[in-house]
Design a protein around this ligand. Structure first.
Ligand code: SD4
Length: 321
């Protein structure tokens, strides 16, 4: 029974649906340079459109990825990123984000509270500080010093969900299509420059102070201008363990296609966690300097949005199980 269901999910992952989903096989066969932008989950479609306002005019990939993910950060209906994100178990919304260009310029913030756009604070860390990462209260102080304003990020919906969660206080984070999570975006611009950004409110009802992979350069995001870029979503602890996105980029450097590189990284997660693999989701997306792209994940259900001059489509990722 379970294997029939798995078979069904695998087959359906390869089919073209009315919702505009296209297959991983199609993605593999496309070979074109930029501009092109990829982002995680179905909210990536609208984020790509926003990024395209810059990419489509020949703008810088770094500006495009920042603008693209900001759209999702500001949307209170997206409950896993930015404003309206689910809080930790103390009822506090804490945000993680990072940004990176093709020259190894990096900026990151972790466990940041009360700021609507952590990705822009990460960019300010990159461009206006001598450091690469700020956390917690220091990140907030830095943001305020740069002119960012404090906002209450806990919406009534997220607060109600947290109060409901407190009744049982069971921490079993479910990460998949039901509550699509981090937005990671990677782009190649018309001049062949790569950049990436990643932003999240992290695992719902995490312990206060917990930081996931998303603000960690090399785990939730990595960009190398000579090779390609990758970003991740899913259980951050598993992504950090294998230095996931750095691994994906290094595998592309060794000659793997983006999809092969993502698949090999997912296999490392699987190898260690196969006894409890049904509880784990990790997905990677990757783009190389030729504009080829691909993805792979542990559980069926992960998709990514790909936009180029022709179209903006949601692509189902292949999965390990
Ligand atoms: C984290 N990777 O905080 C993030 C959350 C996420 O899909 O992407 N969930 O671990």
């Amino acid at each position: 029974m379970a294997s029939n269901r798995r078979q069904f999910l695998k087959l359906s992952a390869l089919s073209v649906t009315a919702a505009g989903l296209t297959s991983g096989l199609l993605a593999q066969s496309e070979t074109k340079k930029g501009p092109i932008v990829l982002s995680t989950w179905n909210f990536g479609l609208k984020a790509n459109e926003e990024a395209w306002k810059i990419l489509g005019k020949g703008g810088f990939a770094l500006d495009a990825v920042e603008a693209g993910v900001k759209l999702v950060e500001a949307d209170p209906t997206e409950r896993s990123v930015g404003y309206g994100g689910r809080p930790d178990r103390d009822g506090i919304v804490t945000l993680d984000a990072c940004i990176m260009d093709d020259q190894l310029h990096i900026g990151s913030v972790a466990a940041l509270e009360n700021i609507m756009h952590p990705v822009s604070v990460a960019r300010a860390v990159m461009e206006k500080s001598p450091h690469v990462m700020f956390v917690g209260d220091g990140a907030l102080q830095f943001a305020l010093s740069q002119g960012f304003e404090k906002t209450n990020l806990l919406t009534p919906e997220s607060e109600a969900e947290w109060k409901e969660w407190l009744k049982k206080s069971e921490y079993k984070p479910k990460v998949n299509i039901e509550n699509h999570d981090t937005i990671g975006m990677i782009a190649l611009d018309a001049q062949g420059r790569l950049s990436g950004a990643c932003t999240t409110s992290g695992m719902a009802f995490k312990m206060h102070g917990r930081v996931g992979d998303s603000p960690i350069i090399g785990a939730g995001l990595y960009v190398d201008g000579e090779v390609g870029a990758a970003t991740a979503t899913g259980h951050g602890e598993e992504v950090i363990r294998i230095a996931g996105c750095h691994l994906v980029v290094e595998l592309m450097r060794q000659g793997r296609t983006p999809e092969e590189a993502c698949k090999e990284a997912v296999a490392r997660v699987y190898k260690r966690q196969k006894h409890r693999i049904n509880e784990i989701q990790v997905g990677f997306i990757a783009l190389n300097t030729a504009g080829e792209h691909g993805a792979f994940c542990v559980q069926p259900g992960f998709s990514y949005a790909r936009m180029d001059a022709q179209s903006n489509v949601l692509i189902n990722s292949g999965s390990q199980i």
